[in-house]
Design a protein around this ligand. Structure first.
Ligand code: MHO
Length: 252
């Protein structure tokens, strides 16, 4: 056996030994490499952790804007809820109330905080309407999912009632049945009135616009319903883009 042949054999034996090490070590062959982690697209946050809440507090154009730019709110959708009519439409939605469905990341915002926003964003003592809008469709409702949310909603309603005894808080607390999404023209209604901003985010097709986190935030911004610091932040970002001439706003 020549020197190089012997070297080859050594290499072979060493390689084989290295290859077999994991099988000798307890558990070593159980090592699992994590599945490939795919990054969620910037504007499509990780769906798995999201929770959903539904509220009715007057015109759904405005309700959607109230929740849209809160940190942790990922998406909003307007619709009809709280009634029994099977296929509600804007021109005939029967006993339903105009509602907003809020999808949120519970790591960043919780149901209790959403309840605070709900109470501070409308007049729950107004009977048969909200602001200038008159009718049962504008009634105030907290839709709850299960007993814990139901308890939190009741406690918050009692607190709201104690703020003043001279009028009654009319808000209903209902277990959420079906939420019927409204027609496309009612989604992101406030933002749709602002062609400049629509253009600034790249004139998204309707379906994308409805699911977009950016559009959700801007919808609140247009209505000037974001918390003041967020309203300012968005102002600054938009002005920066206008100054730089950067064509499209991708994220906030
Ligand atoms: N005050 C609103 C109500 C619209 S709504 C979506 C209006 O301008 O008619 O019910």
């Amino acid at each position: 056996m020549g020197v190089s042949e012997r070297n080859n054999n050594y290499h072979y034996i060493i390689s084989l030994f290295i290859f077999l090490i994991p099988f000798f070590l307890d558990n070593a062959h159980c090592i699992r490499f994590p599945d490939r982690v795919t990054q969620p697209a910037r504007d499509q946050p990780d769906q798995q952790h999201l929770q959903t809440a539904v509220f009715a507090l007057g015109s759904f154009w405005r309700s959607e804007a109230v929740f849209g730019c809160l940190p942790g709110v990922v998406r909003t959708t307007v619709g009809y809820s709280g009634g029994s009519k099977p296929n509600p439409e804007y021109r005939s939605f029967g006993d339903h109330a105009e509602s907003v469905q809020v999808e949120y990341d519970p790591r960043l915002i919780n149901f209790r905080k959403l309840l605070d926003i709900f109470w501070s964003s409308h007049d729950p003592r107004q009977v048969y309407g909200q602001g200038p809008d008159v009718g049962n469709q504008y009634r105030s409702i907290i839709f709850v999912n299960g007993t814990e949310e139901s308890r939190m909603a009741s406690v918050s309603k009692e607190q709201e009632q104690t703020r003043s005894r001279s009028s009654i808080v009319t808000t209903q607390i209902l277990q959420l049945g079906t939420f019927h999404p409204a027609e496309p023209e009612h989604q992101k209604f406030e933002l749709k009135q602002n062609t400049f901003l629509l253009q600034l985010i790249g004139n998204l097709p309707e379906e994308e616009l409805e699911r977009s986190n950016l559009a959700t935030k801007l919808n609140g911004y247009v209505a000037e319903l974001c918390p003041p610091n967020i309203q300012k932040q968005i102002d600054a970002k938009i002005n920066e883009i206008i100054k730089k001439g950067w064509p499209i706003l991708r994220e906030l």
